[in-house]
Design a protein around this ligand. Structure first.
Ligand code: MN
Length: 232
């Protein structure tokens, strides 16, 4: 009996191409598009960095997290916000990739094209002045936490359990919602200081990236996150 020749219907090719080009992140967790064009943060963050960062790095975290659903079927019905406070129950792959997915979703959301990020709300500004003295003092503390994070990681502005603002940093893809980090709280602003976030344009000059980053901060998003953290 002759073996039938395998022929793919022409409409199947985009699916096959998608699988091999990394487009597929099949599973319950999804990579959402950037909320702005990949060139929208220029000149402070260049288009190629944004495309690689979102389209390859963030995509890989989502795909790798989806791959862990086989090991932990309960992940299928959990939000990222539900996973973080019990991250110690899971393996390192879930910690790295659920953390990576959560952190990058937040990161895209707390940035906006320069001139379109609004201003801190009156409530947020009052809390910043109460806890740090001034907006500039808070920014200097965040930049210091980011600059002194050895290797790869994140700097955060968080709301603590007591309702205060604090600046922290975490290694790798950990974040302040995780039950394994020493300084816990609800992150309302985060800066990615992995080299993949800045190396093409800034090379080793992390400090220059941090200084320029504040030109693309989305205060409207940070203010909304502050209000939500204070009234969960
Ligand atoms: Mn990153």
């Amino acid at each position: 009996m002759p073996v039938p020749k395998l022929r793919l219907h022409r409409y199947a090719w985009p699916v096959v191409f998608g699988l091999f080009s990394g487009i597929a992140t099949a599973g319950p967790f999804e990579l959402e598009p950037l909320p702005y064009d990949s060139s929208a943060l220029e000149p402070y963050i260049d288009q190629q960095t944004m495309e690689i960062h979102h389209g390859r790095h963030h995509r890989a975290y989502v795909a790798n997290l989806n791959a862990q659903v086989e090991n932990y079927p309960e992940l299928r019905d959990m939000s990222l916000e539900e996973i973080m406070p019990m991250i110690s129950r899971f393996n390192m792959a879930v910690r790295d990739n659920a953390g990576g997915h959560y952190n990058h979703k937040l990161f895209w959301d707390v940035m906006a094209p320069a001139g379109h990020g609004g201003e801190p709300s009156a409530e947020l500004l009052a809390a910043i002045e109460r806890d740090f003295g001034s907006l500039q003092a808070m920014q200097a503390l965040v930049n210091r936490a980011a600059a002194t994070r050895f290797g790869s990681g994140w700097a955060w502005l968080i709301v603590t359990a007591e309702g205060k603002l604090a600046v922290t940093s975490t290694p790798n893809q950990d974040n302040p919602l995780m039950d394994i980090v020493p300084d816990q709280g609800v992150p309302i602003l985060g800066i990615d200081v992995w080299e993949h976030a800045y190396y093409l344009a800034y090379q080793n000059r992390r400090g220059a990236y941090l200084d320029f980053w504040w030109n693309v901060v989305n205060w409207d998003s940070v203010s909304r996150r502050y209000a939500e953290a204070m009234n969960p």
